[in-house]
Design a protein around this ligand. Sequence first.
Ligand code: SF4
Ligand code: SF4
Length: 348
Amino acid sequence: MKGTPFDFFVQFHLTERCNLACRHCYQTGAVSEMSYEEICGALTEVQAAIEGWATDYSLDVSPSLHFTGGEPLLRGDLLPILRHGRACGFTTSLMSNGTLIDAFTARQLRRAKVRDVQISLDGVGTTHDRLRGNGAYQRTLAGIRHLVSEGMEVHLNVTVSRLNFGQTEDLVGLAEEIGAASIGFSRLVPSGRGKGLLAHLLTAQEVSAFYNDLRGYRKRSGVIVTSLDPLAAVADLAGEIPQTELPVGGCAAGMFGVTIMADGTVMPCRRMDLPIGNIKADSFRDLWARSPILWLLRTRSSYHGGCETCRYWPLCRGCRAIALAFARAKGDEDYLGPDPQCPYHRSS
Ligand code: SF4
Ligand code: SF4
């Protein structure tokens, strides 16, 4: 009998170019993008690693590719890349700002068998425009409507800070009205251009209040209301907490997925900006198995400042990108310290 497959994702940034210039963007500057052939080579490399895990460890892997950017629709070869990803055995998703999606593009994405499209939406009306540029809101809504009309599964993603956390009700209502499959909320990570928004991050108390409210919306909304934030999972925990020395949930960095940047740089998570190698030069399987950074992320005793003594460690570990961004703001290159927005620490 087969067990539950291991869901493994690659967040693949195809370009750093973008038609918007959002205030909280993680991008840091232009890079030399991989060619179509190099991207296909990278996908083949990851596919070989996954096949190796299946053969050597009888691991049943369910692999997915989340293509993003910059704005991935700026790549003229996006459709062949999507098709190649599927041919390599991955399910494919697209993460976009939505502003370049017209009826024709939506149809092409459906025909390329993209499983779902995640669209960033950071507020209603002028709130979204203040973060993403004038006119972006209406163009994003138009893109969402084209996708929904084409029968595509659309997930909205909101980056939460003090600039928009009073808009949850309106955003959930909009998600219902526009026909989205779900709306998800992530905390703002103050890296890249987002460093300028440090003063707008939620406090630990505000995070706690926010996730309590979200539980209410989840119960009474006609759309799936969700969050991949480990702290959101802790806020919802009920019953037994598994006590293991290996993570079983929580922060995906080093555990359930990896990021490949447009120039081939491999990182534990896009928001962490910590290179562990380059897919053009390194064996993906070796990076996953041997990267010291990934192993520190997987090891309880390497943490300090709270998570290592917390009962929730196997299911949480906080957001390592936020821990790193706060440490960097103090001049410290530390990704294993406390998540300073955590309200939930519970001693073992
Ligand atoms: S202390 Fe760390 S592991 Fe515990 S709840 Fe907070 S962020 Fe999660
Ligand atoms: S570092 Fe933060 S954003 Fe990245 S996988 Fe972990 S929780 Fe998610």
